[in-house]
Design a protein around this ligand. Structure first.
Ligand SMILES: NC(=O)N[C@@H](CC(=O)O)C(=O)O
Ligand SMILES: [Zn+2]
Ligand SMILES: [Zn+2]
Length: 443
């Protein structure tokens, strides 16, 4: 394992998570990494021959953790693999990603989870943490091997039928009860099937009416959010709301948190920054589940992320092949890419505008998601003795997104051609540089 010296970076150390003896947030420091661990801080005298990154003008943050990534392996390796998705994650500043279970076959056994975990380790660009399915085959009826997945080498803590909602309240209740002893959490794709009817493909409102596209309203999400926070209260277990998209959901989550109910939530960069009016182009790139919502919802999501009602940013990186995406809007697949652009979008939208500080960003993109997923080595304060899972960002650099330049195998990128202030420069996993300026560094 090679050693690394980083000099002159402004360290955004979360002192709430870290040690008060560590450098103060917002001040430049040098950092020495040896054997994958941070060994010195402050002014460091460089050991001879050590690899050196001059980080003058850059900011150093804990590596990002994505609670919601679709890697598509096994089953759809034409659209993403563990290797290509890991490369996209590293390029985006992530050191850990939670890989959703809606693959083929579904991740619903300990063996499947361990396979994914081991392949992630072999690729070695990011820690791939499997999400376990809640129900067998995402069938919604019979519970999957939750306990075996939790006790496996993959240490599964986050469970989800994502892509589908756990519709049955009784199944949800049983799963929450089952997970409680090992501090598991269910990430719910909150969507009432009867309110989001077959063929629904966008937000139901004025624009869907004008375009003649069937849609579904925010209440299809919030009725499930309301039900599930009550089930979390009843079982005293943990529920996490995936990709929150509506203002009503935010209200319910705020209500539940005020009462000490164990609920957490995530929002995607696209629900923060992109609105339902984009579907007027009929461009299926903007078709996603849950759908892009009106500006009132977007504004509620931004406020909730800033005030902490929403704990985390998650990408819901959802790669799709051209031949699944390039159809008439109603027939195209749901989902968009997100790993490589998440930091730039969130920084531009929330930090550049003064809605959040860089410390808030590190909590939403690193500390909180790591805590929700029960990861030890990620999302902690930057301090001596901690694993060197880090990201160097340039808050001044403007990036213009080019979908052709992606590490992903897919091209369904909704940010193509847009510019954002804030760029990921380098990602470091246990002391190894995994990506520089979007290019993967193979060990
Ligand atoms: N978000 C999406 O639109 N699609 C996701 C599934 C999901 O997150 O529900 C996918 O797997 O493609
Ligand atoms: Zn989903
Ligand atoms: Zn998803």
């Amino acid at each position: 394992m090679s050693d690394l010296l980083i000099t002159g970076a402004v360290v955004w150390n979360d002192r709430e998570a870290g040690d008060p003896r560590e450098p103060r947030p917002g001040e430049p420091a040098d950092l020495l990494i040896q054997g994958g661990v941070i060994t010195q801080f402050g002014r460091v005298d460089a050991p001879p021959g050590i690899r050196h990154i001059d980080a003058d003008g850059l900011s150093l943050l804990p590596g990002f953790v994505d609670l919601h990534t679709h890697l598509r392996e096994p089953g759809r390796e034409d659209t993403e693999t563990i290797a290509s998705g890991s490369a996209a994650a590293a390029a985006g500043g992530f050191t850990a990603v939670l890989a959703m279970a809606n693959t083929s076959p579904v991740t619903d056994t300990a063996e499947a989870a361990e396979l994914l975990y081991d392949r992630g380790r072999t690729v070695g660009l990011v820690d791939v943490i499997p999400v376990g399915a809640v129900t067998k085959g995402l069938g919604g009826e019979e519970l999957a091997e939750l306990g075996l997945m939790a006790r496996s080498r993959a240490r599964v803590r986050l469970f989800s039928d994502d892509g589908l909602c756990v519709q049955d309240a009784r199944v949800m209740r049983r799963a929450l009860e089952y997970l409680k002893p090992f501090d598991g959490v269910i990430s719910q794709h909150a969507q009432d099937a009867s309110l989001a009817g077959a063929g629904a493909c966008c937000h139901e409102g004025e624009i869907s009416g004008r375009l003649g596209l069937p849609g579904w309203p925010g209440v299809a999400e919030s009725v499930i959010v309301a039900r599930d926070v009550h089930l979390a209260r009843h079982t005293d277990s943990r529920v996490h709301i995936a990709h929150v998209s509506s203002a009503e959901s935010v209200e319910i989550i705020r209500w539940a948190k005020d009462r000490g109910i164990k609920v957490t939530a995530e929002v995607t960069p696209h629900h923060l920054a992109l609105g339902t009016e984009l579907v007027a182009s009929y461009d299926p790139t903007f078709k996603v589940n849950p759908p892009l919502r009106p500006s009132e919802d977007q504004e509620a999501l931004r406020n909730a992320l800033a005030d902490g009602t929403i704990d985390a940013v998650a990408t819901d990186h959802a790669p799709h092949a051209r031949h699944d995406k390039e159809h008439a809007f109603e027939a195209a697949a749901f989902g968009m890419l997100g790993l490589e652009t998440a930091f730039s979008v969130v920084h531009d939208m929330m930090v550049k505008t003064g809605r959040m500080t860089m410390i808030h960003l590190t909590r939403r993109m690193s500390r909180n998601p790591a805590r929700i997923a029960g990861l030890d080595g990620h999302g902690r304060g930057i301090g001596v003795g901690r694993p060197a899972n880090l990201v160097l960002v340039d808050p001044q650099r403007v990036v213009t997104v080019d979908r052709a330049a992606s590490n992903s195998l897919s091209r369904n990128n909704p940010w193509h051609g847009l510019s954002f202030k804030g760029a990921v420069h380098a990602t470091i996993l246990r002391g190894e540089v995994t990506a520089i300026d979007g290019k993967v560094q193979h060990p």
